[in-house]
Each structure stands twice: as structure tokens, then as C-alpha cells.
Design a protein around this ligand. Structure first.
Ligand SMILES: [Zn+2]
Length: 236
């Protein structure tokens, strides 16, 4: 089966500035190469991801890092600007993401898995999913026009593959270089390699796409599950 993203508009909704790199940047790169429009929506500012020697104005530094990473991928960047560790599935957060969907008009949303390790990831997944319904609901008004239909939604792999049973794999063998170049933009986080509560990012990213690749019989892969809810599932 050949997956063709050429007519799609693909948006990854992630919690933190460097999450897309680990979980879906290869798929975004592949979609872009097919001719799709791609976007990354980062909901938290990354303001608490401090290395051992704290960085002043970390949220500003990380905004520049995520802008550089998005530019590397040719992705449009949207920001929720919520505080790290403060993201919850609430009315204001849903409305913010509904408006972001209405500006980018995605046909496919990539969202964090419900059992991922970090509460911001779990909240981001819940908000992304709820907003994928309301963005096409005329009763939910935001600044931009209502969408004609809901985008499809795929759940992304969890960080370190914990508790995630893949539904299918996307071959990203040709896009590992892109994942590495994007991750290299997050210099503030690469300094955290020695933190006890933080694993070396690049090593983890490569291990994950290698392992998923091994399961799928290719050099590197990213794993997803289809969200089989009404109007969020599509035949491909
Ligand atoms: Zn994260």
C-alpha cells in the first residue's frame, strides 16, 4: 500500500517545543515531500525545561529553537503559549486549538496518545481531540470561519514507546536526517542529557524510530493509531 499525503494538510499538535521531532517529524517530512502543507502546533512554552545551569528567559530561547526547527521542516508554526505543567483539557484550551485549526484548516491531525508519560502530553491529546470535533461545529464560534468537516486524527506513538500498541507504521527511513536536524535546533534541551529525569534526546529519538522500523521491516518508522471515532476516521 502506498500512503500518499499530496492533497493533505497535516498538523501535529504537541505539548512541548521538541515533541514533534521525537514522535512525528519524519511523517511530517514525508507529507511535505508528497506536496502536503504541514504545521506544528506547540501548546506549551517550554518554560520549565531547564538544564542544570538555568537559562534566563528560557521560554524566549525555546520559541526561537522551535521556530528554527519548524523552518527546517518547512512547517507552519502555531503556539498555544500555555505554561509547562499547566496544560489541562478545558474550555479555553479547546477554544484556542479550535481557532488554530480554523486558521490552518488541517485535513489530518496528529495528537499525543492518551497514556503518554507527561500530563501535558495527555492534556494536549485530549484538547487536540476535542477541538477536532468543535472546529467544524458552527455553534462553537471563534474568530475564524468554521471548517466544512472535521479533520481525521491519528494518535502518535508514546515517548519511549511505553504502553502504545502501534496500529500502523509510516516508513520514515528517508527522513531521519530531518528529525536529527530539527532536534539539533533545541540546543537548550540537548544540554539536559545528564539530568537524572531526562534521557539523552537524540539517542532516544533514534532508538525509537529504529525499534519501530525493525517492527515494520524498514530502517526507520514512526508508529500511529487511527482514531476510529465518528468523522475522525477516514479510509486511505
Ligand atoms: Zn513533551
Amino acid at each position: 500500500m502506498h500512503l500518499d499525503f499530496s492533497d493533505e494538510r497535516v498538523m501535529a499538535v504537541v505539548a512541548h517545543p521538541d515533541d514533534a521531532e521525537c514522535l512525528c517529524a519524519g511523517t511530517l517530512g514525508r507529507a511535505k515531500a508528497d506536496g502536503a502543507a504541514i504545521a506544528i502546533c506547540v501548546l506549551c512554552r517550554g518554560d520549565k525545561g531547564q538544564p542544570a545551569r538555568p537559562i534566563e528567559n528560557l521560554a524566549v530561547v525555546r520559541e526561537k529553537e522551535m521556530q528554527a526547527a519548524a523552518a527546517e521542516a518547512g512547517a507552519e508554526l502555531f503556539e498555544g503559549r500555555f505554561g509547562d505543567g499547566e496544560l489541562a483539557d478545558g474550555v479555553a484550551q479547546r477554544a484556542a486549538v479550535v481557532e488554530i485549526y480554523r486558521r490552518f484548516r488541517p485535513t489530518l491531525v496528529l495528537a499525543h496518545w492518551r497514556d503518554d508519560y507527561h500530563s501535558d502530553h495527555r492534556a494536549a491529546g485530549a484538547v487536540a481531540e476535542a477541538a477536532s470535533w468543535y472546529c467544524a461545529s458552527a455553534g462553537h464560534r471563534t474568530e475564524s470561519d468554521v471548517l466544512p468537516c472535521q479533520p481525521a486524527l491519528w494518535w502518535m506513538d508514546s515517548m519511549n514507546m511505553s504502553g502504545f500498541e502501534p496500529g500502523f507504521f509510516v516508513d520514515v527511513s528517508d527522513f531521519v536526517g530531518l528529525k536529527r536536524r530539527m532536534l539539533a535546533c533545541h540546543k537548550s534541551q540537548l544540554k539536559r542529557a545528564d539530568d537524572g529525569d531526562f534521557s539523552p534526546l537524540e539517542e532516544q529519538m533514534l532508538r525509537q524510530c529504529d525499534a519501530r522500523g525493525a517492527q515494520a521491516g524498514v530502517d526507520a518508522a514512526e508508529a500511529f493509531r487511527i482514531h476510529a471515532a465518528w468523522r475522525r476516521a477516514r479510509a486511505w
